[in-house]
Write a protein that binds this ligand. Sequence first.
Ligand SMILES: [Zn+2]
Length: 88
Amino acid sequence: MTHQFITQAALTDTWLKTPGQWRLVAMGQGANVEHCVRLSCPDCGEVADLQEHTVNQAGCVDPSVVCPNKECNFHKYIFLKGWTGCLN
Ligand SMILES: [Zn+2]
């Protein structure tokens, strides 16, 4: 299985229209806000939130990422380019 680099989207790019991008999104409200990584599939552009995954200091996501689009075969380990090491 190969690794794929995912590009960090501009902060203003809320909807990730470009395939193969990621950004942080806030989930929940008030004191319960948690941040998670949202990314667009490099192959089909489907947007998914990584709530069951962890990201290490280098930006490597574990476990591997499977595209939620059933008509897409994307299933790879990914690196988040521009990852700063924390969910903020
Ligand atoms: Zn896909």
